[in-house]
Design a binder for this molecule. Structure first.
Ligand SMILES: Nc1ccn([C@@H]2O[C@H](COP(=O)(O)O)[C@@H](O)[C@H]2O)c(=O)n1
Length: 289
């Protein structure tokens, strides 16, 4: 059905159930389909040649516009809070207030750096960010078949939009909800606009007033792409889900996190820097119908 599911990186706890969902997605067809995806470490790569790739926050943190003191403070925050973010022994409810603390402190530090809106494109160009292999096919196919792609990110919206713009895939079917910067009249960063989105509140609570999912109420087939346990709630605002396929990229601490990911995601992709499996499933659902 989908040859890519034979890849060594693929783990599935309930193969029969998953094949059933994929068959249903195909039967329902492209007019019922929407894709909801996380951005950092899901559409973008986690690593390359043994080195970590940056998140949209890290792109700013490591850039030339941040002072050495600012860089150190941002790195200290990352080293303190990231292990908490991915700790399999703490619940999302326990992590929530700590994530608010992290994002708030990081956004305050960034807002003290006099970052210029006009520098964003160059900052992204000079960064080591990479989209996952196969991103072109993913974005092109979804655009070609008019399938909405909703990018729900706790990263920095201005940065991730620039990444997909520079990759020439920011098509009209792509919508982004994320943390956006607020610039003053001179184009200098003042603060971040609310509501704050962090790893564990990616649900309807931060989508109030957007009406996005209501407008797509006929799109009852969902493919959800994420890399954290927090991404599992991204489709909670969809009014009537008939079929949902949850695909999780397990990038870090693979052994420790495997059990939880297999329980939560239908398909788990372990240390797989490509979108091969997603593209294979989409090819089966879209092209051959
Ligand atoms: N100051 C920060 C805060 C968060 N991060 C990482 O960004 C990721 C969130 O973005 P998603 O697109 O995955 O929702 C998250 O995994 C954090 O690790 C950061 O690098 N710096």
């Amino acid at each position: 059905m989908v040859p890519e599911l034979q890849k060594a990186t693929v783990r599935i706890q309930q193969p029969e159930r998953v094949m059933g969902i994929i068959r249903s997605l195909r039967e329902q067809g492209m007019n019922k389909l929407q894709v909801i995806s996380d951005f950092d470490m899901t559409l973008s790569r986690f690593g390359c040649n043994g080195r970590r790739c940056p998140t949209s926050h890290n792109i700013l943190d490591n850039s030339r516009v941040i002072s050495e003191d600012g860089k150190k403070k941002l790195k200290d925050l990352l080293h303190y809070y990231y292990p908490i973010e991915i700790d399999p022994n703490r619940t999302p409810a326990e992590k929530c207030p700590l994530m608010v603390e992290w994002w708030t402190k990081a956004h305050e530090l960034l807002s003290q750096q006099k970052i210029q809106k006009g520098d964003i494109a160059q900052i992204v160009r000079e960064s080591d960010v990479m989209l996952r292999d196969g991103f072109n096919e993913l974005f092109d196919q979804l655009h070609k078949y008019n399938v909405p792609l909703f990018i729900f990110s706790a990263g920095v919206g201005d940065i991730l939009e620039e990444i997909i713009r520079q990759a020439n895939v920011f098509y009209s079917n792509v919508n982004v909800v994320s943390n956006y910067m607020d610039f003053d009249d001179n184009g200098v960063l003042m603060c971040f606009k609310g509501p704050l989105i962090h790893t564990y509140n990616k649900n309807n609570s931060v989508l109030q007033g957007t009406e996005y999912f209501q407008q797509l109420s006929a799109r009852t087939s969902i493919i959800l792409l994420g890399d954290s346990m927090g991404d599992l709630t991204m489709a909670d605002g969809v009014p009537s889900v008939e079929n949902i396929l949850k695909i999780g990229f397990l990038n870090d601490k693979v052994e420790e996190q495997r059990g939880k990911y297999l329980d939560a995601y239908d398909i788990v992709l372990e240390s797989d820097e490509t979108l091969d499996v997603v593209n294979g499933i989409l090819r089966y659902i879209l092209i051959e119908t």
